[in-house]
Each structure stands twice: as structure tokens, then as C-alpha cells.
Ligand binder design. Structure first.
Ligand code: SF4
Ligand code: SF4
Length: 265
């Protein structure tokens, strides 16, 4: 199953550099993608027009990156009038069958053939659950590409209910809302580090990106069983109380889900 453009309500553009701008807030990305889409529709009528489109886009936007090694592609825009789907403006499906990705940074072959690790490392049932519960391009791409966050959360639940969660479970709105509360923390987490060069568990040290860590020793604590989740949420704790409060939020969410699930199934 290809996860990039799963349905009409959302899509992902993470590997085209969507979240790699210094300002990768929803508001900023929405403005950026909206302006590009308009510019592209106005300026590009033939393949030869994409150079002037690219030039105008580089001139109009702030292209400073979080991680220098990840390219931020100027051809990522909105594919639909409702701005629900992010995607490739130079894809043949957007241009009456003409493939203009040949002129892109990665080139046609890489763009057409790339499948990110989430396709291989998130089990299919969990992929289907994400598709079922998230209908928001900004959140979808952030969660889908955070393998640790997804796999650890669903494993903790599976351990408690004694089986893997099935996607059908999320026909129930009440269960869906509990899981969405958790995934929404990807954007609303109160213990999120303010560092601009940080995305999930990675941070940029000026020359390369590294995996961050939480100094449990400083807080007189063993490593939390929630460590992968806390890192994925870009957590930064000033003291042991904050760490305990963060853990409590996650455990409460999991317990709420498990208790409701058990009362139903
Ligand atoms: S990050 Fe993965 S799911 Fe998202 S567009 Fe790229 S290949 Fe597709
Ligand atoms: S040209 Fe390639 S990298 Fe750029 S938006 Fe299209 S698919 Fe993504």
C-alpha cells in the first residue's frame, strides 16, 4: 500500500522537505504552498516554464532549512482547491500527463520510485489505522513519518488488550478521539522543545543531525518505558516533575483507551 496520496482528505509531502523549513508551522506552510500553487498555475503552461516558476519561488520565499542535508522542493504545493492534499505540482497527473519531474532536484526516477521507511516499518494494520483516524495533511505527514511514535504507542496498547488493534475498531468515534488526542500532541505537546532545528527525536548540531536524548540520570530516574514517545514529541524537561507530568499524560491516554476498549469488546 502506498501511503503518500491515500484518499481525498489528506496526503503527505514529508520527503519533499515539507517540514524542513525553519518555520514549518501549519500557518507558514499553508501560506507557502498556497502561493506556490497559484504561481504554478499562472506561470507554467509548458515544461519549459518551470525554470521561471522556480526562480520566482526562490525569490519570494524564505528557504532557510532545519537540516541542510534534506532538500526543500520548490514544486510541492496543494493539489486540490480545498487545500486538503499536499503534493507534487510537476507530477504528470497534475499536468495532463506531462511529467515535469525530470527538471526537479531529485529527478524523475527518484521522485517516482521513492517509498519512505514508514512503508516497511509501520505494520499494515497500524498504517490503516492512521489512514482511518487522521484527515489533516499537516498532522498526517508528521505522524506517518514518525515510526517510533506510531509503533510504540500501538504496542503499548496491544500489550494491554492482548492483541493487535484492528482498524475496524476505529469505526467507533469515541475510541478514535482518544487516539487522536495522542497523535495531536505531535503539534500541541506542552513539553515540546522550542529549538528551531529540531524535529521529533532529531536535532541539528550545526553540521549534522543527531538523535537527542533525555537525561534521566539528572532527574534521578531510570529510562522511561515511554522514552521513544517522549523523544518523538521533541520533549525537553526542566525537572523531574515535568517528566512525571508528561508520562502521566501518555499513560492516562493509554489507560482511557484500554478501559473503553475493554468495556466494548
Ligand atoms: S514521506 Fe513517505 S508517505 Fe510521505 S510522501 Fe514521502 S514516501 Fe510518501
Ligand atoms: S519534484 Fe519530487 S521532491 Fe519535488 S515535490 Fe515533486 S515528488 Fe516531491
Amino acid at each position: 500500500m502506498v501511503l503518500c496520496q491515500p484518499d481525498i482528505r489528506k496526503s503527505c509531502g514529508a520527503c519533499c522537505g515539507l517540514y524542513n523549513y525553519v518555520d514549518s508551522s501549519r500557518e507558514s506552510l499553508t501560506r507557502r504552498l498556497r502561493a506556490r500553487t497559484k504561481r504554478f498555475r499562472e506561470m507554467v503552461k509548458l515544461p519549459g516554464d518551470i525554470d521561471s516558476y522556480a526562480e520566482a519561488t526562490f525569490a519570494a520565499e524564505d528557504f532557510r532549512k532545519r537540516y541542510e542535508v534534506i532538500y526543500c522542493c520548490e514544486y510541492l504545493g496543494f493539489l486540490d482547491a480545498g487545500e486538503k492534499k499536499v503534493g507534487c505540482l510537476v507530477h504528470p497527473m497534475q499536468n495532463d500527463g506531462i511529467d515535469m519531474r525530470t527538471g526537479s532536484f531529485y529527478g524523475q526516477e527518484v521522485c517516482a520510485g521513492h517509498l519512505c521507511p514508514s512503508h516497511y516499518f509501520i505494520p499494515r494494520s497500524q498504517q490503516l489505522i492512521l489512514l482511518k483516524i487522521i484527515d489533516d495533511w499537516y498532522l498526517y505527514g508528521l505522524c506517518l513519518t514518525d515510526i517510533d511514535l506510531v509503533v510504540t504507542y500501538f504496542r503499548l496498547i496491544a500489550d494491554r488488550i492482548g492483541q493487535e488493534l484492528k482498524p475496524d475498531v476505529f469505526d467507533r468515534q469515541d475510541l478514535k478521539e482518544i487516539v487522536l488526542e495522542f497523535f495531536n500532541w505531535k503539534t500541541t505537546w506542552p513539553f515540546r522543545s522550542d529549538e528551531a532545528n529540531r524535529l521529533g527525536k532529531y536535532y541539528f548540531d550545526g553540521s549534522q543531525y543527531m538523535i537527542s536524548h533525555i537525561d534521566y540520570e539528572k532527574f534521578g530516574r531510570d529510562i522511561s518505558p515511554l522514552n521513544p514517545i517522549l523523544l518523538s514529541l521533541s520533549s525537553e524537561f526542566r525537572n523531574a516533575d515535568e517528566l512525571a507530568a508528561a508520562e502521566k499524560m501518555v499513560w492516562t491516554n493509554i489507560e482511557k483507551f484500554v478501559s473503553l476498549y475493554r468495556s466494548i469488546f
